[in-house]
Design a protein around this ligand. Structure first.
Ligand code: BES
Ligand code: ZN
Ligand code: ZN
Length: 503
């Protein structure tokens, strides 16, 4: 799909449909909606007066123009209450619109830049949100269906703007939104692939592709190298599978003169989590093909960062392996030694994310990273605590937590902070090793986070648990059922937020 910005009067475009909008409660449409309404002889006002158009968020009304104006249809998109309006509303409405117009077979349509006139939004933000919402809402994963739907695809969308001085900003917004949406799609595709395809080796291949696309350095560390580094916790998880583990390292140097102006983003890349010897129940076990969503988000965010080019050095690290109960799998009671020398007693082999991340964040620290943010589908307890509405965020350094939160706000991905009081650490004390890999049922997400935090040395650290947000069971707005690509936009934005705070 191609998204373009053109100057002119939307009611004169030769296109399948023009999209205008309406806030809830408005009875006399103004701006572009008002001029289309006038050109249509008051058709929109009449529908409002009759109560058929209310402007509720997500409401879509399609009016055939029957030759009154050049476009074949006028589409009125409800934006909800003006007081609740933000970029997230635009993303959501744009996603719904793209699917609805595709469903009726349209291949191209034109839209105004929602909010850039009446809604008090910067044109660049409006255009970015339209691009993200339209591209992400149109997403489909159908490569395994032998019979493709006979549905058409939307090929071209144009944002039409009357005011020529806004063109540059609108184009910048579309470019940025396209880079981010492409990265989110890259992540969704990895998550939606079944585990018999998306092995650690294939994840490494996708990372190589991201490196080529975005001009990043890339290094794949194989088992012998991981052994040399002493990554016993990562290797312990990997030993139950015949798929070889990969430690994927992507590198972006945006501020080569200031090596310390850096950030490591570290992802859990469990391509299938059977639980290992502490095997999971079979019901919904298939969802564990998505246990590499944190790793996918890291690779995809690096792809975006390489194109956005913020002034900061960013290293992306993914610990990719399966967690399987093979004959050489690790057992409860085993003790493993991590690369920084600390030992962990395996209490439950299903708590594998913190094990692979222990070595991955220790590696990030050993490379000299001053800030480490890890992303993981870490705990089922996260779903119990926050459901599917927001991700959990934890951290040792409140400044970094606040910056990640700010990035999430700006990106439109919700995060909610949970505490990391030192008293929780008592729960994972071991009689025989430096710690156990589980801290029992109470506050399971917090103890999981704190175990990872034991391995970051003196770096500022934040952990994002996306167990409840990485997959969606329903299609709504710009979210399509399956992998959501969550955290990609937050991590990319974080690199920008940190780059700006340093200058
Ligand atoms: N990958 C799971 C967590 C998970 C659960 C992610 C549901 C997404 C949806 C993780 O490896 C795991 O199994 N965690 C255990 C930890 C427990 C054994 C301490 C859990 O949450 O039950
Ligand atoms: Zn597990
Ligand atoms: Zn897992």
């Amino acid at each position: 799909m191609k998204i373009e910005v053109v100057s002119g009067d939307i009611s004169t475009r030769d296109t399948d449909a023009v999209v205008v909008n309406l806030f809830e409660g408005v009875t006399r449409p103004g701006g572009a909606t008002g001029s289309v309404d006038n050109a249509m002889g008051g058709a929109i006002s009449k529908l409002i007066a009759d109560g058929e158009i209310k402007g509720k968020k997500g409401e879509i009304t399609i009016i055939h123009t029957l030759g009154k104006i050049a476009p074949a249809r006028v589409v009125v998109a409800g934006l909800g209450k003006a007081s609740d309006f933000d970029a997230e509303v635009i993303r959501s409405v744009s996603g719904e619109l793209a699917r609805r117009l595709r469903k009726i077979g349209l291949t191209k349509f034109s839209t105004i830049a929602h909010g850039a006139g009446i809604g008090n939004m910067e044109p660049v933000d409006s255009a970015q949100a339209i691009a993200e919402g339209t591209l992400l809402g149109s997403y489909e994963f159908n490569k395994y269906k032998s019979k493709q739907d006979d549905q058409t695809a939307v090929e071209a969308v144009e944002i039409v703007e009357f005011d020529d001085t806004k063109m540059g900003e609108l184009r910048r917004g579309v470019d940025k939104g396209t880079v981010l949406a492409d990265a989110v799609v890259f992540s969704r595709n990895m998550v939606n692939e079944p585990a018999n395809y998306m092995t650690p080796t294939r994840m490494a291949e996708r990372a190589l592709k991201a490196a080529v696309d975005s001009d990043l350095d890339v290094e794949i560390l194989d088992r012998p190298r991981l052994q040399e580094l002493g990554m016993g916790a990562f290797l312990g998880v990997a030993q139950g599978s015949k798929e070889p583990p990969k430690l994927i390292v992507l590198d972006y140097r945006g501020d080569p003169e200031n090596a310390d102006n850096n950030l490591a983003i570290v992802g859990k890349g469990i391509t299938f989590d059977s639980g290992g010897i502490s095997i999971k129940p079979s019901e919904r076990m298939w969802e564990m093909k998505g246990d590499m969503a944190g790793g996918a988000a890291v690779i995809s965010a690096m792809k975006a960062i390489g194109q956005i080019k913020p002034k900061i050095n960013v290293t992306g690290i993914v610990a990719a392996t399966e967690n399987m109960p093979g004959g050489s799998a690790q057992r409860p009671g085993d003790i493993v030694k991590t690369m920084n020398g600390k030992t962990i007693e395996i209490d439950n082999t299903d708590a594998e994310g913190r094990l692979v991340l222990a070595d991955a964040v220790a590696y990030a620290h050993s490379l000299g990273n001053r800030r480490i943010v890890d992303v993981a589908t870490l705990t089922g307890a996260m779903v119990t605590a926050l459901g599917h509405i927001c991700s959990g965020i934890f951290g040792s350094d409140q400044k970094l937590v606040d910056q990640v939160n700010e990035a999430g706000d700006l990106a439109g991905e919700r995060l909610w902070q949970l505490p990391t009081y030192p008293e929780y650490k008592e729960q994972y004390r071991s009689d025989v090793a430096d710690m156990k890999n589980v801290g029992g049922r109470p506050a399971g997400s917090i103890t999981g986070a704190l175990i990872i935090g034991e391995f970051v040395g003196d770096a500022a650290w934040t952990h994002i648990d996306i167990a409840g947000t990485s997959m969606s069971s329903k299609t709504d707005g710009y979210v399509v059922s399956g992998g959501t690509g969550v955290a990609v936009r937050t991590l990319a934005k974080l690199a920008e937020v940190l780059a700006e705070s340093a200058s």
